[in-house]
Design a protein around this ligand. Structure first.
Ligand code: ADE
Length: 235
C-alpha cells in the first residue's frame, strides 16, 4: 500500500518511522510520501489560507495549492485510491470502514488546518478518486495530522504481514461484527501484585469457565461504557 500525506506540518509524520508502521515501511509492505503543501504555493509568503466568503471567524485553506498538489500526486483518475479528509464533520470512523480502507492500493491524506479546506478541493479531488471525509469522534482537533496518523495505524495493522499473530486481530473489540462487544480485561503475571489479585477463574485452567467469565465481563463493560452498542434484551 502507498500512503501520501499533504500537510503544512510534515514533522508530525516523523512518527510513522516508529513501531509497527515503521517496520512495515522498513520491510517494504508500505511506502509513504510526506508532502509540504507550501511547495505548491506561488507567492513569496507561501500563503495557504484566506478569509472565508460569507464571513465568520477563522481562516480557510485556499484551493490553489491543493489543486496543484492533487495534480502532482495523481496524473490520472485512479479508482484504486482514496482521498481521505480528516474532519470533525466527516463520516464517523469505525472498524468496518478501516477494513474497507485496507483494501485500497493508495490512500492520500489531506490534512486541513484552520477552519478547514475550501470545499471545491474535495469536488475537484472527486474527479480523480474516491473522496472520504472521516471523523475520529465528536471533538475538535487543531488539524488533520493526528487524525491521519490514527487512521494510518488502524489501517496498516490490518495489512497482511504487519501483525505477527493475526488471531490477535480477530479477538479484539469491534473486529467481530457478530459480538460487537468491548474487549474483556486482560491480566498477566504476577498473579498477585500490590495486594491486587488476578480473578481466580483465570488461574483455574477451566477453558469453559474462562470463556464464560470473559463474555460476562465484555457484556458488563459494554453496558457501562457503550450502551449504544448493545441491545439490552440480547444479553
Ligand atoms: N480534525 C479536527 N478534528 C477532527 C476529528 N475529530 N476527527 C478527524 N479530523 C479532525
Amino acid at each position: 500500500m502507498r500512503l501520501d500525506y499533504l500537510t503544512i506540518f510534515p514533522d508530525y509524520f516523523d512518527a510513522l518511522q516508529l513501531s509497527l508502521v515503521g517496520k512495515a515501511i522498513a520491510s517494504g509492505l508500505i511506502d509513504v510520501g510526506v508532502h509540504d503543501l507550501r511547495q505548491w504555493t506561488r507567492d513569496p509568503h507561501r500563503t495557504v489560507d484566506d478569509t472565508p466568503f460569507g464571513g465568520g471567524a477563522g481562516m480557510v485553506m485556499k484551493p490553489e495549492p491543493w489543486g496543484e498538489a492533487i495534480d502532482a500526486l495523481l496524473a490520472e483518475p485512479d479508482p484504486t485510491s482514496v482521498f481521505v479528509v480528516p474532519s470533525p464533520s466527516g463520516f464517523p470512523l469505525q472498524q468496518g470502514l478501516v477494513q474497507e480502507l485496507a483494501t485500497y492500493r493508495r490512500l492520500v491524506f489531506a490534512c486541513g488546518r484552520y477552519e478547514g479546506i475550501d470545499a471545491r478541493v474535495m469536488d475537484y479531488a472527486a474527479t480523480k478518486l474516491r473522496v472520504l471525509p472521516l471523523s475520529l469522534g465528536d471533538y475538535v482537533l487543531n488539524g488533520g495530522e493526528v487524525a491521519a496518523l490514527a487512521i494510518t495505524e488502524a489501517v496498516v495493522r490490518l495489512l497482511p504481514g504487519v501483525i505477527g499473530n493475526p488471531q490477535s486481530l480477530s479477538e479484539e473489540s469491534f473486529s467481530d461484527g457478530t459480538s460487537g462487544l468491548l474487549e474483556y480485561p486482560m491480566f498477566t503475571k504476577p498473579a498477585s501484585w500490590r495486594g491486587l489479585d488476578v480473578p481466580a477463574v483465570l488461574l483455574s485452567g477451566h477453558h469453559g469457565r474462562v470463556e464464560q467469565w470473559r463474555r460476562e465481563q465484555s457484556v458488563a463493560l459494554t453496558k457501562a461504557r457503550r450502551p449504544d452498542l448493545i441491545a439490552q434484551e440480547q444479553y
